[in-house]
Design a protein around this ligand. Sequence first.
Ligand code: ATP
Ligand code: MG
Length: 285
Amino acid sequence: MSKLKIAIQKSGRLSEKSLELLKDCGIKISTSNRKLRTESSNFPIEVLFLRDDDIPQYVEQGVADIGILGENEVWEKDKNINNVRKLGFAGCKLCLAIPKDEIYTDLSYFENKKIATSYPKILGNFFQEKGINVKIEEIGGSVEIAPSIGLANAIFDIVSTGSTLLTNGLKQVETVVESEAILVANKNLDTEKQAILDRLMFRIEAVKQSSENKYILLNAPNDKLEEIIGLLPGMKSPTVLPLAQDGWSSIHTVVKEDTFWDIIEQLKELGAEGILVLEIEKMIL
Ligand code: ATP
Ligand code: MG
């Protein structure tokens, strides 16, 4: 039986989360001696550990069938592959920064300036769209040092805290794009591999849904039931059970993590009590 080959980052900011995602999907992978390839003992998948820069090319060529990497690398390498699903981790921003004493007005500042970056394609496309002419100096790493050594007037790079910028005498002036981890796939998977990918995506969907949602239980006075239920966008509709105490009911439902604080405040105002919020292990829609 064929196996689906998945490329993940060997070591770096994506490695741990990528392995964790597979684990949350119930896929066992032994990483004890960190070989460059390993097979799962309970799912038809083989893991290849690679540098993230190489993943788009390997997936295009079919050396790997699918891969997990940052969108920034997908855009920069611009290979002929499918973007299957954003994964919600390894979020970062790609920003323009200039020497901190410079006066910045708007993007026209960069006209005819020299910008150092490891992402020449993303940057080139950006300024081309804006109709601004810039010189791009491609360098592999330690981009922040470029202005102080006279290699460039500005930089374009991933910024997380801005403290690296500050220590190098730079300030961030524009965010060009925001990126996160994404799962990509080869465009010509055979039916057997596509079927394995579908199984994997089904599990990833369940894992992601569960992390984006919370299970809420609460007690509500019966005269406020309707209003309270109106606030709760459950998967279908909430479960309502009578409590032993007269005039009260227990409501169970699922809410989105990013809205649940707002909802909880409104629920309390309506007289809800004993509110419990629980993690969901898996969620199948
Ligand atoms: P490799 O050796 O595999 O080429 P790398 O040095 O290119 O590794 P990492 O620094 O491990 O890559 O970052 C991997 C990805 O993590 C980035 O491409 C980006 O998508 C994401 N990322 C998230 N936050 C940050 C950050 N603060 N700095 C750099 N990358 C980040
Ligand atoms: Mg890299």
